[in-house]
Design a protein. Structure first.
Length: 147
């Protein structure tokens, strides 16, 4: 554990836990600027219309849709730890009208509903985060119909 002391008394403690930094702020306001963020990618497989996103395997997941699927999230961080991840959805099938994605009920979507799927040959990027052990995931559309 690293501890930084300031002349007026406030301190920051940073604890490295499961690949994440958890910051505890005491008596000071901070603006955090990230200069570099490394993505650890993974490509979940769609088996029998089910796609499991294992949060232990990365923070960027590339899903190519060619059939309907039900998405599930596995191995969220312990409650109190923050996990942010992105899901890239691509439609490559000509059967776009028959493709659907069912998201977990634990996702609270920006605007109260899941975004529509991208058009054929296009890609959407969705962003999620959780900090309560996976009880709730907050999701939003980050990039729409990128070709």
């Amino acid at each position: 554990m690293a501890k930084l002391n300031f002349p007026s008394g406030p301190s920051i403690r940073a604890v490295h836990v499961q690949g994440s930094l958890k910051h505890l702020f005491t008596g000071i306001k901070w603006k955090l600027l990230a200069k570099k963020y490394n993505y650890n990618g993974s490509t979940p497989t769609n088996t029998s219309n089910a796609t499991e996103i294992d949060l232990n395997t990365g923070n960027f997941f590339d899903i190519i849709l060619d059939e309907q699927t039900t998405v599930s999230f596995a191995n969220p961080p312990t409650s109190g730890l923050f996990k942010k991840f992105q899901v890239k959805l691509s439609i490559l099938s000509t059967y776009v009208s028959t493709i659907s994605v069912t998201w977990p009920n634990s996702v609270a979507w920006e605007g109260d509903s899941a975004p529509t799927l991208p058009e054929l040959g296009h890609t959407d990027v969705l962003e999620f985060y959780t900090s309560d052990g996976g009880t709730t995931y907050y999701g939003k559309l980050k990039e729409d119909n990128v070709s």
